[in-house]
Every structure is written in structure tokens, then in C-alpha cells.
Design a protein around this ligand. Structure first.
Ligand code: KG4
Ligand code: ZN
Length: 334
């Protein structure tokens, strides 16, 4: 059985084919990053138009690379939300058209469930139940993943998402959008201890996060300093350290609260090297285990959508003729 997965929720067009016996057969990605760079953020109308022009060549390419035709596909899974509505509609309509032509089911997938299960694309894959720290450009959530489709929200950011905070500080440091990864690179040359930034909400009980205070503190520091390359690196390092500390403290608290010792970190920010290292060290010391996927599957991709599509297809659920897209869609409402 093979599922074609299609991801178009934001500024990446992703196409992948997942086989239930052989695993991932092919994964194709077209990133629109250059298209939006001049605007300092994603322009929704440009994003949907670009998905339209890239999606079909990408699907043809994926089938060709896997040496398959439409006849070899047993279901089409697509990201139905959350995301930009115009972009989502491109993936939804293409998926429905293909599924109709190929006479196979079409399965709407929640993008965040894709991120959450993305470590299952790896050999060392987590078993349920596990705690998931979902950290992307639009989300910062701690989830108790009880089973496929059964997710309980434990805590989330009350303001900026962690990826959003990375991107905003990166912009102030003169880096192109989305600057999370470049900021992390810049931090490698930083000196420890020159700056000290706050770690908001760590003393407060509960599992919610807040990043806007930290962001304002860092923005003021940038404004009040003569910015040379070393100062930029020192600020980037301390910002990254503050974020990593907050994420580790809250993740440990979630483990303590639930007694579930497996932790998944997923979403674009989970590609962060420092976070991966420090989280692993810290959670192992705490008696837990950490799972994440390779960096290319941390950011948006079709592979995670094809994978979740396969789990849904096996259970014969979620498959519908209605074209479903939802700009907001909580993991608790699957
Ligand atoms: O999951 P994702 O690709 O898209 C959303 O669903 O939002 O996440 C994108 C976010 C961006 O904010 C980007 O700057 C951030 O992930 N990101 C990183 C790193 N790589 C990507 N943030 C920090 N360090 C990284 N290495
Ligand atoms: Zn994403």
C-alpha cells in the first residue's frame, strides 16, 4: 500500500510517497523562501500562486523517481490545516482531483499531527504514550500523545511562538527571513556570559510559555548597544540559551506531571542543534528518552503528511469526499 502525501500549508510545497512495507519511497520539496525574503515574511497570495505552479511538476517528479504511476497509489493524504487558507486550498483541490481520477480515498491531515509523528520516519521511533514539544513558526505546545489521534494539550505559548521569536530577533540582527537557523549559526561565535536575558514563566506553575517579554528585552539590548559582529553573536547565543533553558524546564515539568518519560521534539525549531544536544543530555539525566527526526523532516515536508496518511488509511478513518481546509485546527479536535 502506498500513500501520496501533499503539504502546502505555508511556504513549502512538499510531496512524498510512503509505502507501508518499505517506508518512505520519495520526498520532494520546493521552498518558497527566496520568493518571500524581500518582504520579510510570507505573503499569502504569492504563496498560493507559487504552490499552484510547483505542485504538479513535483508530483510527476516524485512518481517518476519512485518508478510508479497513479495506478500504484492507494490513497492521497493532504494537509488540511492549520495554515494559510489559499495555500491549503491548492493542496486540497489537487489531492481531491487526483484521488477522484485514480478512484482512491483522499485523507485530510492535521499539519501539527504531521510534525508530532515525524520522528516515526526514523528507525529509532517513539512508542505511545509520549510527550511532544511542538515548536514551529506558528506553534509552541506541550502535548500528551496518548495514541494516534488522541492528543491532550498540556500547555502552549500565551503570545509568540518560539519560531516566531527566533525569526523576529534574527530580523533585528539583520538576518533574512526565516532567520531561526541563521541566528543559531551566528550564536556559534558568541561569548557565554556577556549578556544575561530573562527566562520568562519558569517560576510560574503550569506548562504555558511566553516569549514576548524575552523578545522585547532582546530588542532593547540590540537598540542600546553598538552592534558589531561579535555583539550580534553574543546576543544570538544568549537568546538561544534562554529559549533552550525555557523549553527544557517546561518539558521536564510535563514529564514530572504526567509520568510519561518519552519526549518527542518536533517542528521547525526542533532542527536547532543546541536544543537537541542540551535537551537530550538533560532528559537522559532525568531518566527519560528524547526522540527527534533528521533536520529536513523538522521543517515542513510531505513525508510527515504521507506517514500520517498511512496510519489513517490503515485504520480506514478520516477519508471523505468533502474538501476540508481549516486555517485553525487544534490537535484536540481531530
Ligand atoms: O515547522 P516549520 O517549518 O513551519 C511551521 O509550521 O511554522 O517551522 C519554521 C520555523 C521558523 O520560525 C524557523 O526560523 C524555525 O522553524 N527554525 C529554526 C531552526 N530551523 C528552523 N529555529 C531555530 N533553530 C533552527 N535551526
Ligand atoms: Zn510546520
Amino acid at each position: 500500500m502506498r500513500v501520496l502525501g501533499i503539504e502546502t500549508s505555508c511556504d513549502e510545497t512538499g510531496v512524498a510517497i510512503y509505502d507501508n512495507k518499505k517506508g518512505l519511497l520519495v520526498n520532494k520539496l520546493y521552498s518558497q523562501v527566496k520568493l518571500h525574503a524581500d518582504y520579510g515574511g510570507v505573503v499569502p497570495e504569492l504563496a498560493s500562486r507559487d504552490h499552484i505552479s510547483k505542485i504538479i511538476p513535483l508530483i510527476k517528479n516524485a512518481l517518476k523517481q519512485a518508478d510508479l504511476t497513479g495506478n500504484d497509489i492507494n490513497a492521497v493524504a493532504y494537509t488540511a490545516g492549520p495554515g494559510l487558507i489559499g495555500s491549503l486550498l491548492v493542496g486540497a483541490t489537487i489531492s481531491h482531483s487526483l484521488a477522484f481520477a485514480w478512484r482512491v480515498p483522499v485523507i485530510p491531515i492535521n499539519h501539527m499531527e504531521g510534525h508530532l509523528l515525524s520522528p516515526m520516519l526514523e528507525k529509532n521511533s517513539p512508542k505511545f504514550p509520549f510527550i511532544a514539544l511542538l515548536i514551529s513558526g506558528g506553534h509552541t505546545q506541550l502535548i500528551n500523545a496518548i495514541d494516534i489521534g488522541k492528543y491532550q494539550l498540556l500547555g502552549e505559548s500565551i503570545d509568540d511562538a518560539v519560531g516566531e521569536a527566533f525569526d523576529k530577533i534574527a530580523k533585528l540582527l539583520g538576518l533574512d527571513y526565516p532567520g531561526g537557523s541563521a541566528l543559531s549559526f551566528m550564536a556559534r561565535n558568541g561569548n557565554v556570559g556577556r549578556f544575561l536575558f530573562p527566562r520568562p514563566m519558569i517560576d510560574r506553575q503550569g506548562l504555558d510559555f511566553s516569549f514576548s517579554g524575552l523578545k522585547t528585552f532582546v530588542a532593547n539590548t540590540i537598540r542600546n548597544n553598538n552592534m558589531d559582529p561579535q555583539t550580534s553573536s553574543d546576543i544570538a547565543l544568549e537568546f538561544e540559551s534562554a529559549v533552550v533553558d525555557i523549553l527544557i524546564i517546561k518539558s521536564k515539568r510535563a514529564i514530572e506531571k504526567t509520568g510519561v518519560k518519552r519526549l518527542v521534539i518536533a517542528g521547525g525549531v526542533s532542527a536547532n542543534h543546541t536544543l537537541r544536544l542540551k535537551m537530550k543530555k538533560s532528559i537522559i539525566k532525568f531518566g527519560g528518552e528524547v526522540f527527534y527526526t533528521r533536520p529536513e523532516f523538522c521543517t515542513d515536508n510531505g513525508a510527515m503528511i504521507a506517514l500520517v496518511g498511512m496510519t489513517r488509511f490503515k485504520k480506514c478513518i478520516n477519508n471523505t469526499m468533502d474538501i476540508i481546509v481549516k486555517s485553525r485546527w487544534s490537535l484536540e479536535d481531530l
